[in-house]
Design a protein around this ligand. Structure first.
Ligand code: NI
Length: 261
């Protein structure tokens, strides 16, 4: 082997080594990003800057036209179980919508603010839960207005309305024409069974696009929430607020979900 041939061989070795290193680095990067997105992943030290970039981009809105979404909703609070439910949701990166009663909001303004601060949506569920379909326009407006005022004291504006019992009438619709109405597609019957396992089963069976009815005033429902979130997330569902599910709910319209077309 001449000197020139030896130099060429050495140069080839160096080039191969450098190319090998580049290939390894580019192969490691995508898996590091994936590891950063998995809460239980163990990202390599080199992945730290990538993981923090992914974290910053995380709060972007979920697009339920392309992703599997379900909207969990909790009515009749806030009450003694509300904070625990919010904590369980937040721990798993889930959101939900709380339809509150004005009479329950009064004196619990800090609790209401905490629900909102955790990224949850808040809706108006009347002041003290009458059947609005049996009331006149003036009484209906009073039920809605007093609850709006109670929420405003907590610094919160309700984005949606849900009449108690889902009871509608022409007068109810006309009186609530200035905001979207959210009913539901799945009733877990948690208010009747008061059973954690029955509530877990009913909510976990929700189809894509469903608005699921539950109540944050029952301990049995609160106990079911961590399992419901795990079961739905394991099926690939994103747990979103009703407004995220519907994208841009229109005033005067009545929604029961956003089902696949
Ligand atoms: Ni209710």
């Amino acid at each position: 082997m001449s000197l020139r041939e030896r130099r060429r061989a050495a140069l080839t070795l160096v080039v191969v080594f450098v190319l090998g290193c580049v290939a390894m680095v580019t192969a490691v990067q995508p898996s590091a990003v994936l590891a950063g997105e998995r809460p239980q992943g163990s990202p390599a030290p080199a992945a730290a800057p990538l993981a923090s970039t992914a974290k910053q981009a995380a709060p972007r809105a979920v697009d339920c036209r392309n992703l599997k979404c379900v909207a969990l909703t909790f009515d009749d609070g806030p009450g003694p179980y509300t904070a625990g439910i919010v904590k369980a949701l937040k721990a798993k990166g889930a959101k939900a919508t709380f339809f509150m009663l004005g009479s329950q909001v009064k004196g619990r303004e800090a609790a209401v603010r905490a629900v909102k601060a955790a990224g949850m949506e808040i809706g108006n569920h009347s002041f003290n839960h009458p059947d609005l379909s049996k009331l006149g326009a003036r009484a209906i407006r009073s039920q809605v207005g007093r609850t709006d005022a109670a929420l405003a004291k907590a610094g919160v504006k309700a984005t949606l309305y849900r009449p108690p019992y889902g009871a509608m009438s022409r007068t109810v619709r006309a009186s609530l024409a200035d905001r979207p109405i959210s009913l539901w597609g799945v009733d877990t019957l948690d208010w009747r069974t008061r059973s954690t396992s029955a509530t877990l089963r009913a909510a976990s069976a929700a189809p894509r696009g469903a608005i699921v009815l539950m109540h944050d005033i029952h301990g049995s429902t609160a106990k079911a929430v961590p399992g419901i979130v795990s079961a739905l997330q394991a099926k690939g569902y994103h747990l979103v607020t009703v407004s995220e599910l519907l994208r841009a709910p229109q005033p005067g319209k009545v929604y029961t979900g956003r089902y696949a077309r």
